[in-house]
Design a protein around this ligand. Sequence first.
Ligand code: FES
Length: 119
Amino acid sequence: MPRVRFVKEGLEIEVAEGTTILAAAKKIGAPQGDRCGGVCACSTCHVYVTRGFDATSDLEDEEFDVLDKAFDVRATSRLGCQAKVRGDVDVEITDESFQAFLDEHPTEQDAARALRKPS
Ligand code: FES
């Protein structure tokens, strides 16, 4: 089973092949934003796949268009709700996505901040 590691939070989980990065984050409690609920409409789930980029599903046109709205887009950028894992990956939740999580979960802010290592 693919292993998804959230590098800034030091969290790691094994998931079934085809699981999205966002679903993996929710399963293990990694603070990743998802304002639109995972329907490829907001870019708040923006992550960098820092290892194993080729072990994710292909980037489709719709995802590419929504990623265009994100900040600091890089060659390793993906939307966590669209990228499905096929193998082991390391993921960095972007500051933008982390902030979205804080905004969406006011009662979980202290716990989320305690998890996250500074850049
Ligand atoms: Fe909105 Fe992924 S959660 S685009």
